[in-house]
Write a protein that binds this ligand. Structure first.
Ligand code: NAD
Ligand code: UDP
Length: 336
């Protein structure tokens, strides 16, 4: 299939392009490089040893999107493009609503115009809010407390309405848990701007000596060791989940959790990282971070039963691959 991958130069998108190419699909990337670099597209081609077509466009721009649909017979769209920083979304809600909602509307309009009926959407476990764990796809969505999360919940609703109005539209909504790690080559991985907000990139930068010590946000949660529990998933498992979702797509709306189903605490992750890489990670316990919940992880049985997909890589592989990328990585972060 010819797959249009929006946000394909980004973290999850680039890994998914590799998985798509390796599964025999052709890839057209549309990315405005607002949070990525064009070199990543070159690295994707190097790793997969296949060509991809790259359009540097903003997918909120309907004319620019139309050109791609006019030039290629697109069989399906995977829509990753979006802004994703929770804190920034509180400061700049309009940018988030504009970028994340308009992009979804523009793309689905183009799909309608050109008769493209396969659509895979990047959603997030954040839409579950403070439901009880584990999270099941059938749960009601709860408020997310930030505009970023609301853009995901709203996009899910918009896409679901479109699917109801068009019986042959085939939609897969993928709710990611905590993607971490990097491609096994160490050539591509997660390269956040500035000081990382997320745990794994913070840990790798402490290990590298770029940051002094990890601040563990709270050790008084009702969890195994008092620190927060999340369902970390290797980004290549996540990437392969997209291929499975695309290849098994049927008419109607299908929602899947993509996680491992296993919770890992902050201190367990730090320990796993130290053992996997034989390196020390200094940390201190500080106050809880505002807005954090104690624990969440996925029920993954639906993806297993319907897509035949399960995550294969464990927390040790996630830590090892994240570190390999961080060690290799010179220009990207340092040049910003
Ligand atoms: P990322 O920032 O690395 O990738 C997003 C890509 O989209 C970037 O390359 C950026 O340049 C591009 N982009 C943004 N707005 C665009 C626009 N209007 N037009 C064209 N390109 C645009 O982020 P990621 O971690 O790879 O996330 C991909 C998707 O998955 C996002 O929608 C994100 O919300 C979602 N998601 C991510 C996580 C996570 O923890 N990383 C968790 C749940 C969901
Ligand atoms: N965390 C931490 N220190 C950090 C970053 C994160 O202790 O510098 C904790 C955070 O409180 C949470 C877990 O690590 O319990 C995962 O946080 P992350 O921001 O990576 O993911 P999210 O909270 O969005 O699921």
């Amino acid at each position: 299939m010819n797959i249009l991958v929006t946000g394909g130069a980004g973290y999850i998108g680039s890994h998914t392009c590799i998985a798509l190419l390796q599964a025999g699909h052709s890839v057209i990337i549309a990315d405005n490089l607002s949070n990525s670099k064009s070199e990543t597209v070159m690295k994707v081609m190097d790793i997969a040893e296949k060509e991809v077509t790259f359009y540097e466009i903003d997918v909120t721009n309907a004319e620019a999107v139309d050109i791609i649909f006019k030039n290629y017979k697109i069989d399906g769209v995977i829509h990753f493009a979006g802004l994703k920083a929770v804190g920034e979304s509180v400061e700049k809600p309009l940018e988030y609503y504009h970028n994340n909602i308009v992009s979804t509307v523009v793309l689905t309009k183009a799909c309608h115009k050109y008769g493209v009926n396969r659509f895979v959407f990047s959603s997030s476990a954040t839409v579950y809010g403070e439901n009880n764990v584990p999270f099941f796809e059938t749960m009601d969505l709860l408020p997310t407390t930030n505009p970023y999360g609301e853009t995901k919940a709203m996009s899910e609703r918009i896409l679901t309405d479109i699917t109801r109005s068009n019986p042959i539209f085939s939609l897969s909504i993928l709710r990611y848990f905590n993607p971490v790690g990097a491609h096994e080559s160490g050539l591509i991985g997660e390269a956040p701007n500035g000081i990382p907000n997320n745990l794994m990139p913070y840990v790798t930068q402490v290990a590298k000596g770029k940051l002094e010590k990890l601040r563990v946000f709270g050790n008084d949660y009702p969890t195994i060791d008092g620190t927060g529990i999340r369902d970390y998933i290797h980004v290549m498992d996540l990437a392969e989940g997209h291929v499975a979702a695309l290849e098994n797509l049927t008419e109607g709306v299908h929602v899947y959790n993509l996680g491992t189903g296993k919770g890992t605490s902050v201190l367990e992750l730090v320990k796993a990282f130290e053992i996997a890489n034989d390196i020390k990670v200094s940390y201190e316990i500080v106050d809880r971070r505002a807005g954090d919940i104690a624990s969440y992880y996925a029920d993954t049985s639906k993806a297993k039963n319907e897509l035949g997909w399960t995550a294969k890589r464990d927390i040790v592989a996630m830590c090892r691959d994240a570190w390999r990328f961080e060690k290799n990585y010179k220009d990207f972060v340092e040049s910003k």
